[in-house]
Design a protein around this ligand. Structure first.
Ligand code: E4P
Length: 219
């Protein structure tokens, strides 16, 4: 399972990618709006820190505009993945960009038929948003299992990226289902590694080792 970070904050990316376990980055216009630096500069810094795919989202809503933006974004670094919204014009843009050899992450997916359209259009990644579905009183993770099943049925190679993750249980469920990627806000990524019993257990091992050393039974 691949773990991406869902942030445009370069400090968080630098810190969290130091373990070598961050497989890619997703950004979106809302995340970029929180950062003071110009977008291009942020993408350049992120691409220098992370080898895996870095999603950079277009803000045009017509095919020509998305293609124009996508081509420009893809020049920033070889690991840039262009992110297009799951609308008619976005799917047209996927086809054109794919012909150029540019990989596209189709974002804002909220239904199985939308995911099928993205796969048929040639998306490299499709991003269903589980948290936002939970927010409106539906079960976001059901969408992930349905898309997994349908993609298996038809042999679609588009990768399923679980987006809008809010907590570790979303990650566990995504892994059970066999989603290809989970993109995690920095706070969720940090919390995944931690378990109080690990800290308590480690402390006990160290204390017992010290006691045994003091008692002289250890050299
Ligand atoms: C994914 O690519 C999106 O940027 C992100 O996961 C959206 O999450 P949100 O619903 O918490 O804004």
């Amino acid at each position: 399972m691949k773990f991406f970070l869902d942030t445009a904050n370069v400090d968080d990316i630098r810190e969290l990618s130091a373990m070598g376990l961050v497989d890619g980055i997703t950004t979106n216009p809302s995340l970029l709006a929180k950062e003071p630096a110009p977008d291009r500069e942020i993408y350049e810094q992120i691409c220098a820190l992370v080898e895996g795919p870095v999603s950079a989202e277009v803000v045009s809503t017509d095919c020509d505009g998305m293609v124009r933006e996508g081509r420009e974004l893809s020049k920033i670094a070889p690991n840039i993945i262009v992110k297009c919204p799951l609308i008619e014009e976005g799917l047209k843009a996927v086809r054109v960009l794919k012909e150029d050899g540019i990989r596209v992450n189709v974002t804002l997916c909220f239904s199985v038929p939308q995911a099928i359209f993205a796969a048929k259009a040639g998306a490299y990644i499709v991003s269903p948003f589980v948290g936002r579905l939970d927010d409106i009183g539906t079960e976001g993770m059901d969408l992930i299992s349905d898309i997994r099943l349908v993609f298996q049925n038809y042999g679609y190679e588009t990768e399923i990226l679980v987006a809008s993750i809010r907590h570790p249980l979303h990650v566990i469920e995504a892994a059970r289902i066999g989603a290809d990627i989970a993109t995690l806000p920095a706070n969720v990524y940090r919390s995944l590694l931690k378990h109080p019993l690990t800290d308590i257990g480690l402390q006990r091992f160290l204390d017992d080792h010290e006691k045994a050393k003091k008692a002289g039974s250890k050299s």
